[in-house]
Design a protein around this ligand. Structure first.
Ligand code: PAF
Length: 287
């Protein structure tokens, strides 16, 4: 499958097998990977734009990774929109799409799985059992298949980015990890493939998560140090507005640990449900 690209003479090639991908990339001097699960939005396209700054061949992978969905999660209803995704990627100047079927990436039961670091047991890891194991396992496979020198991930999935940086460091992958800032809708909602699940009433309410995190950030930046109380207020406000909150939490940026008095570089992270949709967001803070 081919699609016209944005750049002069550029064409997007879509490949679905490991063998075809390796053949296509043979001889490419500088491959940059943008791993995705598809159903792309402007946030993903910002990753591609960043990827283009780091190498001459941008590969976007599109694979809805069953391993990272918790039991009862949204694996089955996760939107598969390959054709539209390829049009967007072509227009964004991506060079290759790797869109394997499940039997290509997991031709046999994936018995060998990587254990994520301790920092993955908290926050989203606490509420999504097996999620980060599935993420590190598929990302390691993608690194082995694509062999990029750089890979680009969104900062919206803050804990995921932390876990992947740890994977690369501890497993000696020769891959530079680049994080890209969250892209937001005009009203501040962090872009997410899951925003499409929201009813119009929920969509209106959805800005509240970011607003509560901004309030925590503003309070800390103005000198407050009662982190737990601030997170509890945010949780109570969200709950009162009809959300089911998994967590609102303050962590340090260096280790995703509960901050000590000397920590200045912090991040407030939140995950909460509106109806059947789980949204996450985060904001970095300089205390
Ligand atoms: O962030 C995502 O879309 C996924 O977790 C990733 C990194 C593509 C792995 O499946």
């Amino acid at each position: 499958m081919n699609a016209e690209g944005a750049g002069p003479g550029s064409r997007l090639e879509v490949v679905s097998t490991v063998e075809a991908l390796r053949a296509r990339l043979r001889g490419e001097a500088s491959v940059v990977l943008v791993p995705t699960m598809g159903n792309l939005h402007a946030g993903h396209l910002a990753l591609v734009a960043e990827a283009r700054r780091h190498g001459s061949c941008v590969v976007a992978s599109i694979f809805v990774n069953r391993l990272q969905f918790e039991p009862g999660g949204d694996f089955d209803r996760y939107p598969r929109t390959l054709e539209r995704d390829c049009e967007l990627l072509a227009a964004a100047g991506c060079h290759v799409v790797f869109a394997p079927g499940e039997s290509e990436l997991y031709p046999e039961p994936q018995e060998i799985r990587l254990a994520p670091p301790k920092a993955a047991e908290q926050l989203c890891g606490e509420f999504r059992p097996g999620h980060f194991e599935g993420v590190v396992t598929v990302v390691a496979k993608l690194f082995n298949i694509v062999a990029p020198h750089t890979a680009v991930f969104g900062r919206k999935d803050y804990q995921q980015l932390f876990v992947i940086r740890t994977l690369v460091r501890q497993m000696n992958y020769p891959v530079r990890i680049v994080g890209v800032d969250t892209v937001r809708e005009p009203d501040g909602l962090a872009m997410s493939s899951r925003n499409g699940y929201l009813s119009s009433e929920e969509r209106t309410k959805a800005v509240r998560l970011g607003r509560e995190l901004r309030a925590v950030k503003a309070a800390i930046e103005s000198g407050r140090r009662d982190h737990e109380a601030l997170c509890e207020i945010a949780t109570a406000n969200l709950t009162a507005a009809g959300w089911r909150v998994d967590y609102v939490a303050l962590r340090n940026q260096s280790g995703l640990a509960v901050p000590g008095p000397a920590d200045r570089d912090l991040v407030v992270l939140g995950a909460a449900w509106l109806g059947r949709t789980r949204l996450i967001d985060n904001l970095e803070i300089r205390a």
